[in-house]
Design a protein around this ligand. Structure first.
Ligand SMILES: Nc1ncnc2c1ncn2[C@@H]1O[C@H](COP(=O)(O)OP(=O)(O)OP(=O)(O)O)[C@@H](O)[C@H]1O
Length: 299
């Protein structure tokens, strides 16, 4: 018998109405998406696709911030639509934590970042003394390679984008979640630091048994970090499966285009991930390393 999945999306769609009074039409931002994450083995599950493919809408539905128009999302067997009231919401938020694209928007510029950590500890760990809140904040910061000493009293603008995104990840860890939904978490981070952030996801998966939903348009980090991948296009899943299989042997023409954008042929006819060579230096210099004018736009 299959055990209850951690997360299960069953034929999930989101429709928006578009246009003015005349010519108003329904637009499918997410179209009949189904997948599940196993409860036993934590994974980095990547949702990849170009701009407008519905990734953020899907993330918001998984976070229970947006209701699907059709279909059902289950977390540990519970239908998200059945979560009502403060207590139930808090229990869900303790289990499923978000990380957003721009840490400078996620933190109020006038508020010291350590306050967010203390508040999260206060709200989610049951600890009541400020010494306990500080200990929880420091422990979470240590998991992302920082310490309370480094961020204490600092305002967001006093940290780099990479540091601030680490603080956001530390904050997300304080409640002890079983899943983190990270929507484009590295696109505002300096290219040279991206790999260190996605590496962190693997550490969290292995050491803390947290499942990560990694939403991105960045093929290089996706290829490197993912256990499983779904590729979205215009709201639909066009391909899914183990990351290596999908990216090494894409079946769908759109996935093949994606592959050609991130892999370059080597003399033996195998694809080579843009890695350590001149190509990667060029990739680091460019905000969209996998995109060149002759290749598909993957944003
Ligand atoms: N609240 C809304 N009302 C109407 N249309 C919306 C709404 N939210 C998203 N959309 C539309 O749904 C489509 C999918 O958007 P979504 O943000 O999910 O895509 P995405 O893959 O995350 O793209 P990006 O990487 O640019 O954020 C887009 O065409 C967008 O304009």
């Amino acid at each position: 018998m299959m055990n209850t999945p951690l997360l299960h999306l069953d034929s999930v769609s989101k429709l928006y109405k578009r246009g003015g009074l005349l010519g108003r039409e329904e637009f499918r931002a997410v179209d009949n998406v189904s997948f599940h994450l196993d409860d036993k083995e934590p994974q980095v599950f990547t949702i990849i696709g170009e701009s407008g493919s519905g990734k953020t809408t899907l993330a918001r539905m998984i976070l229970n911030m947006v209701r699907p128009t059709a279909g059902t999302i289950f977390f540990k067997g519970q239908d998200l639509a059945s979560i009502h009231g403060g207590g139930a919401r808090r229990r869900f938020m303790k289990e499923v934590q978000p990380i957003f694209q721009n840490p400078f928007e996620a933190f109020n510029p006038l508020k010291r970042v350590d306050r967010y950590l203390f508040m999260t500890a206060k709200n989610f760990t049951g600890a009541s003394s400020s010494a306990q809140h500080e200990a929880a904040a420091d422990a979470a910061l240590n998991k992302v390679g920082l310490s309370l000493g480094e961020v204490r009293g600092r305002f967001p603008h006093e940290l780099s984008g990479g540091q601030l995104q680490r603080v956001a990840i530390a904050r997300a860890l304080i409640p002890g979640p079983s899943m983190i939904v990270a929507d484009e978490p590295v696109s505002m981070v300096d290219a040279s630091l991206r790999m260190s952030i996605v590496n962190l996801f693997r550490t969290l998966r292995d050491d803390l048994k947290v499942s990560i939903i990694y939403i991105t348009h960045d093929l290089a980090t996706a290829y490197y970090v993912s256990d499983r991948i779904i590729i979205m296009r215009k709201g639909e899943v066009v391909e899914s499966g183990p990351a290596r299989t999908v990216l090494e042997n894409p079946q769908h023409s759109y996935s093949q285009l994606l592959k050609s954008a991130v892999l370059s042929p080597d003399p033996h006819g195998h694809g080579v991930l843009i890695g350590d060579s001149a190509a990667s230096q060029q990739a680091r210099a460019s905000p969209h390393p996998h995109v060149s004018s002759s290749e598909p736009q993957v944003r």
